[in-house]
Structures are given as C-alpha cells and as structure tokens.
Design a protein around this ligand. Structure first.
Ligand SMILES: Nc1nc2c(ncn2[C@@H]2O[C@H](COP(=O)(O)OP(=O)(O)OP(=O)(O)O)[C@@H](O)[C@H]2O)c(=O)[nH]1
Length: 284
C-alpha cells in the first residue's frame, strides 16, 4: 500500500507515535542498513524525545559489511546505541533484548529498589515504509502477526506481543515518513527499492546508481558487465550503451532501449548481482 504523505498525514502519524510512547520503555528505530541515514525519518529525534532508543540497521544481509561496521561506530560516537540485523533469518536479533536490558538497567534497578518486580520490557518499532518493521515483529513473535502498521488515518486497537519472558512489543509499528525534500535521498530510496518505481524516473535512478558504483565499487561494475576500462566509459550514456548491449536491452531498430537498460540495471543492483552495496556512508 502506498502512503501519500500529505502534511495532515504526517501530523497524524506523528501523533500516533507520540501516543504510543506513553505505553513503552524503549523505541526500536528501524532503518535500512544500506541507507541508514537516508531511511530515517527527518524528525525522529524530536518525536521520540527522551525515550530510550536502539537504532536497528535491518537488512544487513544486503549492505556492505565494512560500511555497516563504520555506521555502528559512527552512531556509537554520536551516543546512539545501534545494531545490525537480518530480520529474514533472525541474525542479530538476540542482541535486541540484551541491549534493551543494558539501556534500561538504571530504571529497572530503581524499580527493584522500591520492591517492584520489573515487568517485561515494552517496546515499539518505528520506521519509514518498507524497512522491515512487520518482518521484524513476526520474527520476534515467532509467528505471523504483523500485517500492516498504522496507516495515517486508521486507528487500531493496541495489543501486546510477547516475545519470550523479557520483551513485549506493540503489535502495530509506527510508520513515519521519509526525507523526501532531499533529491539524493529520494534516489537512494528508489535504488534500494524503498519507494515505488513510478515515483521517480528510472533512468535517473539508474544513472545515480551507476555514478555511485563508478565511485565506490568500480571493480564490481567492470566484472559484471565485462568493462575493460571504466575510465573510457565515464560518460553515463556510454555506460548505458555498454550495459544495454551486454544485457540485450535493444529496441526494434537495434538501438539501445534506455528504459529497459535502466530497469535491468536497477534490478541487478536490488538483487545483489553487483554485490552488497551501501549507498550511505558516514561522513560523506
Ligand atoms: N533481505 C532482507 N529483506 C528483508 C529484511 N527484512 C525485511 N525484508 C523484506 O523487506 C520488504 C519489506 O518488509 P516489511 O516487513 O513489509 O516492511 P515494513 O517496514 O513493515 O513495511 P510497511 O508495511 O510498508 O511499513 C519485504 O519484502 C521483506 O521480505 C531483511 O533483514 N533482509
């Protein structure tokens, strides 16, 4: 389902998250590990205010491992606890409870001192569309629970999902909007498949991804499309021609079909044919 993020919807989405914050101890802010900055909500710090938070870099299986490590370090320096996980296989999930306990230790110690037995930690997953919120909830619950999160305008009864003895999750994640105002962010969201292909011109998205690969992963481009010398193909049009020819993207008259080439190239990127690519890098 595509959400049209009008200002009214943003305000409503924000209100829904703020309401839920009253019920929970900790926020799990879910982002896409390939674009940890570009897949964050622009107002997230303001929205969650003083609540404890873990920044969860999901889909780590698709991101460049060394860059993910740099991100974790970067966030540590910013005072933000972060971990990388793969919700599809469950890799990294154990750290979530462990880290939550660490972050909430003081509060829990205080409760113990008052003679109150600490209850399970209560958490809310928030994030922009498509970062894997439902997949994570289902994984933590050990069954298929989460279907859709809060759509702006739709109010749903809250209920808790128990995941083991130590953690309870709100069953509907908070859906927040991405940073659309920045064109590059839009291109990154499109390149990773986070937004619908109809929203941006696919040739623009492909050209952006090609430039990014020339800069950061030239060998992979050369290997995949048998390019001998990338410096001669720096012109994006030449690269389109080369890839179009190699991948058989020709129109009736034998000319390169650029739309088809863009589609094939983007599919290669999204299906890891060019390896694991991180489109956001710290300090860039
Ligand atoms: N490779 C990989 N794919 C994942 C992972 N987590 C989720 N996905 C896929 O990402 C897509 C989006 O996942 P969802 O769980 O529907 O994302 P969501 O955040 O709930 O999306 P909305 O309901 O649109 O807000 C699905 O195709 C999932 O299978 C992961 O860790 N690795």
């Amino acid at each position: 389902m595509t959400i049209q993020w009008f200002p009214g919807h943003m305000a409503k989405a924000r209100r829904q998250v703020v309401e839920k914050l009253k019920l929970i101890d900790i926020v799990y802010e879910l982002v896409d590990a390939r674009i940890p900055q570009s897949s964050r909500n622009p107002m997230i710090d303001d929205i969650i205010a003083n609540k404890k938070r873990i920044l969860i870099l999901n889909k780590k299986d698709m991101a460049d491992e060394s860059i993910t490590k740099e991100w974790i370090q970067y966030y540590k320096e910013q005072g933000i606890a972060s971990i990388a996980i793969d919700s599809q296989t469950g890799s990294g999930l154990k750290q979530i409870v462990q880290l939550s306990k660490e972050l909430l230790e003081k509060e829990r110690e205080k409760m113990k001192a008052k003679g109150v037995k600490p209850r399970a930690i209560r958490a809310l997953i928030v994030g922009i569309p498509n970062v894997g919120k439902s997949t994570l909830i289902n994984r933590l619950a050990g069954r298929n629970i989460a279907k859709t999160g809060d759509r702006p305008g739709i109010t749903k009864q809250q209920s808790w999902i128990k995941t083991g003895k130590e953690l309870e999750l709100l069953d509907t994640p908070g859906i927040l909007w991405p940073k659309f105002e920045d064109e590059e962010v839009g291109l990154k969201l499109a390149a990773t498949g986070a937004i619908k292909d109809e929203i941006l011109n696919l040739q623009d998205v492909a050209a952006y991804a090609m430039r990014y690969l020339i800069k950061h992963y030239p060998d992979r481009l050369m290997d995949r499309y048998q390019i001998d010398n990338l410096s001669n193909e720096n012109e994006i049009v030449d690269l389109f021609d080369h890839i179009g020819k190699k991948r058989g993207c020709l129109s009736a008259g034998g000319l390169i079909d650029y739309d088809k080439t863009a589609e094939v190239f983007i599919r290669d990127v999204r299906t890891l044919k060019l390896g694991k690519i991180s489109f956001d890098r710290p300090n860039e």
